[in-house]
Design a protein around this ligand. Structure first.
Ligand SMILES: Cc1ncc(COP(=O)(O)O)c(C=O)c1O
Length: 394
């Protein structure tokens, strides 16, 4: 009989990926489904980035093992990039390049968590945080926010859940799934509280370049030296440069934590050299490509949001960043005869032929996450399908 460890028996496939897989299966059977499930840009990786990777192969830079913490020019480029954009200074031994931001997060949790340690996670949260914390033996302490508070938590909320076991706090701004962005003042208050209480901030800033309509994301590490020292910044090239398939992320912060993460990676895995040369070109090459993509997402959001608002039974706030709208669909579900929003979202796939991700995996079961990583015409068609479905069933 096949034996699976108890640890992994508890792990479920990421709901965002499993919904995408379901959609792909239906599509391969010929169903015309509009998928608003994906968490990645629909653009191609800019040519100068792919060409740099091809060049690295031609120059035989990719044939051998590279440093576990990442190739030196890439680590330097990451430092220079954040120095320029956030005014922060890191040393080379404070940076590790990882297999996507997901792997950076996994490495941090493995490095800092002992069994029973508590990690504060504001909800809604990205689906992998809770699984990764549990895999490290930690305990998820979920702190609910609300749509009325722009899906943000306050120091009072955090303080009410703090115990002597609290080890870390995960911040994710701009946020997946809500698109909310914490202001400088809000981050300062939370940052100072974390310093006072010696709680490590794990700041997932993967959507940092994707802010719209005048909103801006601030890196919490840029707010003061003590806050920077209390923070591990997680970032990467996946979302900003349309490079999800290249799998390059990174972590920056305390050198002892980064050293341990590197030792851990030396026994598991580190990213392919060819991807690292591509990421180097992304961070050091022309940055207009980032803003070009950002502007397209902004235009889509401004087109899509009012359409979504007009859907009967949908309640939402306008996202400020990332590329998702997080919608309370409880009323829409009730109107169409479903007691659960997850059943409603399944019916959307099967009957309306529009796929969205149900909110349970993000800790908000009354919600659905809708990605707007498609062109405006398709987004309009998706809303029309959803509306017709709800109206016909009401
Ligand atoms: C909030 C958040 N963090 C991290 C990641 C992982 O990014 P990467 O593709 O670089 O592993 C994602 C991807 O969806 C995300 O949404």
């Amino acid at each position: 009989m096949v034996k699976i460890s108890k640890r992994l028996m508890k792990v479920q496939e990421s709901p965002t990926l499993s919904t995408s897989n379901k959609v792909n299966q239906l599509k391969s059977k010929g169903y015309d489904i509009i998928s608003l499930t994906v968490g990645e840009p629909d653009f191609q990786t800019p040519k100068h980035i792919s060409n740099a990777a091809i060049e690295a192969i031609k120059q035989n830079k990719t044939n051998h093992y590279v440093a576990t913490s990442g190739i030196l020019p890439l680590r330097q480029a990451i430092i220079d990039y954040h120095n320029l954009h956030d005014g922060v200074t890191y040393e080379l031994n404070q940076v590790i390049v990882t297999t996507g931001a997901k792997d950076a997060l996994y490495g941090v949790f493995q490095t800092i968590i002992d069994p029973g340690d508590e990690v504060l996670i504001p909800a809604p949260y990205w689906v992998s945080y809770t699984e990764q914390v549990e895999l490290a033996g930690g305990v998820n302490i979920i702190i609910d926010s609300s749509l009325e508070n722009n899906f943000k938590v306050t120091v009072e909320d955090l303080e009410s859940k703090r115990t002597e076991k609290t080890t870390a706090l995960i911040l994710n701004s701009p946020n997946n799934p809500t698109g909310s962005i914490y202001s400088r003042a809000e981050l300062e208050t939370i940052g100072n509280w974390a310093v006072e209480n010696d709680i490590l901030i794990i700041s997932d800033e993967i959507y940092y370049n994707l802010c719209y309509n005048g909103h801006e994301a601030v890196s919490v590490a840029s707010l003061s030296e003590p806050i920077k020292n209390q923070t591990i910044v997680i970032n990467g090239v996946s979302k900003s440069y349309a490079m999800t398939g290249w799998r390059i992320g990174y972590a920056m912060g305390n050198e002892t934590i980064i050293k341990k993460m590197t030792q851990f990676a030396s026994h598991s895995a580190n990213p392919a050299a060819v991807s690292q040369y591509a990421a180097l070109a992304a961070l050091t090459g022309k940055q207009e490509v980032v803003d070009d993509m950002r502007r397209i997402f902004e235009k889509r959001l401004n087109h899509f949001y009012p359409l979504l608002e007009s859907v009967p039974g949908f309640k939402m706030i306008k996202p400020q960043g990332a590329f998702y709208v997080f919608v309370n669909a409880k009323e829409a579900a009730t109107r169409t005869g479903f007691s659960d929003v997850s059943d409603f979202s399944l019916a959307l796939i099967e009957e309306a032929k529009v796929a969205v991700v149900s909110g349970d995996g993000f800790g908000f079961p009354d919600f659905i996450r809708i990605s707007y990583t498609l062109d405006e015409e398709t987004l309009t068609e998706a809303v029309n399908r959803i509306k017709s479905f709800i109206i016909s069933k009401s």
